[in-house]
Design a protein around this ligand. Sequence first.
Ligand code: 13P
Length: 255
Amino acid sequence: MSRTPILAGNWKMHYTVAESVAFVKELEPAIAGYDAVERVVCPTFVALASVAEALRGSAVKVGAQDVHWEAKGAYTSEIAAGMLVGLADYAIIGHSECRKYLGDTDERVNLKIKAALGAGLKPIFAVGETKDEYEAKHTADVVTRQVTVGLGGVSAEQMASLVIAYEPVWAIGTGLNADSQYANTTIGLIRQTVRGLYGDGVADALRIQYGGSVKPDNMAEYMAQPEIDGALVGGASLKVPDFLALVAAAAQVKG
Ligand code: 13P
């Protein structure tokens, strides 16, 4: 089964609205030819509308970095999934920084995934073990639990629009990228978990990215692994030449 590789840039809390627009205006023509790779930029909420406008008509997609699980209400500072319709195609949900700093639990991540899908957004559902869990060799248990709880109540049809990102927390922003075979093995395990929940069709079609210190010089190594269908990238997605190199590497190996 061939799966279209997906490269998503998670800009986290970087760039003003003007900087974000300037960035995509430079990035878009640079990566426009790589249609074999799905390309997504995930700016801050405040820049979403302007970036979406700048990318109107482009194959480059836009993602939000989170959603709230309720449709509306007294949730100061939060953004409902329905508010992103027309501005974003994707929404990152369950990122370890949201789990660590914003109190996301597996149960809350599940509610957010269902809210995003209900609004027609495609979740990029992030999972991954912490350093302590990694050292205690609990990776398999942790990602299996995160995936199983996170996907509770999600239908097989809805799975067609969902992407999973395996991001070992200890590899994020540290320069300590996971060994590509280790990432491949863990992603294979995630796919097996999905196979147990939904069967072969859904599991074989599901795209699963690796994330954590992905750079132009290690991207091809990840893409060469059979289970890895792309990358969710922080730091290296903040520079146009690096973003381009990541897309080019994905296209060369998997396109
Ligand atoms: P880095 O690529 O900066 O390690 O960040 C990864 C990440 O958290 C993407 O969501």
